[in-house]
Design a protein around this ligand. Structure first.
Ligand code: 1PR
Length: 551
């Protein structure tokens, strides 16, 4: 297999990038010191997390002059996500930290006054001057996750010889990819963008992208204001979730509960077995799932952390599934079976190295939020959320919320954030309710409401909320629109609606009646009642923009 070189400066999860490069027929060789950069014919700079962190790591390890020399020599160079941001001169994310300054300009943050930030999901990378730039297609969608962007001004970068592909999010058109000669930088993650992304990687690795660009170089004069594609590109994100645990025979299975009870109601109450995790993840990927979430719902107790079965599930899944993978369950400081201490950050690192793109934290987030309020909203930097988001970026940390509805007769009957419900009164005719957070898979209810929890974890650096609802879980009766609206109005980070999906119409309803950023289904997919593709076809029929699977 021909080789490409990947720069290892501890950029977080690169396993999926390695898998994707191998999938398109190339072998990865690691660059582990600045001296080795000179040996690389084709160099890829992955990027995850924070602009300042990325650039300071590169600078302190002495990589900056070596990378510049590689680029100046005109050798093939590709950079991804924060790697794209790194080629500009600076970023509002860390104004004191200089970039590589290949392109003059400063990145700014998306405006979060009327939309969620980070921008997470599948969006365009459309290049009017070169529609098939480095394998891009105007009809394809690509997976983005970022809070900072380079705003697109027609003609600006083209006048410097760059071909530019853009996406538009909430009225802001940003640079999704830039290319010039042998150099390509993508704000999106090609390794997480399914077949559309693999095409881009292949076009870079085999040199066909550079050759096609050389035949049709962009000029500022072939750009006009009408080329500014301002049509919203972000699609409605549909996520398939797999709750995984060992059953009574010791097999690792996908299960699904009703209001978190995963045992059969008859025949001895065995754990429901709906299939094998890796096979099912692959099936949902091929049906067009935009992301796959694995929740280890029992934390696989009594097993050394390094042997967690979920690590193997992630390794195998990430070989064939090229969309983002989230994993949750048991991410907290813990004592291993041999008595040694393992931090939440170390557990998360094992998950990232095995192919996860995001980790989801449940119980530990609730405890951390309680401590946050007990110390007058002070951040000490020692929570799992703070430590993991600092190391891997906010976008890598999801907080999974397991709330239960509590009814009250009037708003001042509790200190918690209540609302008047129209979804049916409580058992004593109560008209108001609030949502209490739980831990340990719903077994313990705490005196903390969803507004308090989500605001606290947002302050700690969580990048997204996975909003379950115990009352709705497994009911097939639709999402809890009131809960979702309450949380959406409390935070700026994206929210994934979860629990209750029973048919494609429920997805339409949650996207039309709330401002949710994504919607997740489990049981209806596992039981074979509907496929992800059917949900997406239905949404498309109703005029909602979705990404379709490219085979
Ligand atoms: O607390 O950090 O160890 O994480 C444990 C994780 O496991 C949490 O994310 C928690 O939500 C999850 N979990 C724990 N116990 C259960 C259980 O079911 N007994 N599952 C559980 C949570 C909820 C969703 C489900 C949706 C959609 N499952 O994942 O997929 O409700 O279902 P539906 O579409 O069929 O209605 P920690």
């Amino acid at each position: 297999m021909p080789k490409v070189h990947l720069l290892d400066y501890v950029a977080g999860n690169v396993r999926s990038l390695v898998n994707a490069i191998e999938k398109v027929g190339y072998e990865v060789e690691w660059i582990r010191s600045p001296e080795e950069v000179a040996n690389a014919a084709t160099l890829i700079l992955p990027g995850v997390g924070h602009f300042g962190h990325c650039l300071s790591q590169l600078a302190s390890a002495g990589y900056v002059p070596a990378i510049r020399a590689h680029i100046d020599a005109g050798k093939p160079f590709m950079s991804i996500c924060v790697g794209l941001q790194a080629i500009f001169s600076s970023s509002a994310e860390d104004p004191a930290q200089p970039g590589l300054s290949v392109i003059p300009g400063t990145l700014d943050r998306f405006d979060d006054s009327s939309k969620s930030v980070p921008h997470i999901g599948w969006n365009n990378a459309s290049c009017p001057t070169n529609p098939t730039l480095y394998g891009l297609r105007p009809t394809s969608k690509y997976y983005y996750v970022h809070s900072y962007k380079y705003p697109y001004t027609p003609g600006e970068l083209e006048s410097l010889g760059w071909a530019v592909a853009t996406g538009t999010y909430g009225g802001e058109t940003f640079v999704g990819a830039v290319a010039k000669g042998n150099m390509l930088a993508t704000q999106f993650h090609p390794e997480k963008s399914g077949v559309a992304g693999l095409r881009v990687l292949r076009a870079f690795c085999d040199g066909s992208g550079a050759a096609a660009l050389a035949a049709h170089p962009p000029t500022a004069t072939n750009i006009s204001a009408s080329d500014l594609i301002t049509q919203e590109g972000l699609t409605r994100r549909v996520i398939a979730c797999l709750d995984v645990r060992t059953n009574d025979n010791g097999d690792l299975v996908v299960t699904k509960g009703d209001q978190y009870d995963v045992r059969e109601k008859t025949g001895g109450g065995a754990v429901r077995n709906l299939g094998k995790p890796v096979d099912m993840a692959r099936r949902y990927y091929e049906q067009g799932a935009d992301e796959i979430t694995f929740l280890n719902i029992t934390s696989f107790r009594d097993c050394p952390v390094a042997d967690l079965p979920m690590l193997e599930i992630l390794r195998r899944t990430s070989e064939t599934v090229f969309v983002p993978l989230t994993v949750g369950g048991g991410i907290r400081d813990t004592i291993d079976v041999d008595g040694s201490k393992v931090t939440a950050l170390e557990i998360a690192t094992m998950y990232f190295k095995s192919g996860a793109d995001k980790v989801s934290i449940g119980s530990d987030a609730v405890i951390a939020a309680e401590e946050y309020y007990a110390s007058n909203a002070t951040l000490f930097g020692n929570t799992a959320i703070e430590q993991i988001s600092k190391a891997y970026g906010n976008q890598a940390v999801v907080v999974s919320v397991d709330p239960k509805r509590v009814y009250v007769s009037k708003p001042d009957a509790t200190r918690h954030a209540t609302f008047r419900t129209t979804a049916g009164r409580g058992p004593k005719g109560e008209e108001y309710c609030w949502y209490a957070c739980t831990i340990k898979g719903g077994r313990e209810t705490r005196d903390l409401d969803v507004v308090e929890l989500t605001q606290a974890v947002e302050a700690m650096g969580a990048g997204e909320i996975l909003l379950n609802c115990i009352d709705k879980d497994g009911t097939n009766s639709g999402f809890d629109l009131e809960l979702i609206s309450q949380v959406k109005s409390a935070v700026r980070i994206p929210v994934i609606a979860s629990s209750g999906a029973g048919n494609p119409g429920h997805f339409q309803e949650v996207f039309e009646k709330t401002t949710t950023d994504a919607a997740l289904g489990a049981g209806m997919f596992h039981r074979g009642e509907y496929t992800v593709q059917q949900v997406k076809d239905f949404l498309a029929e109703k005029g909602l923009v979705v990404r379709q699977f490219e085979g």
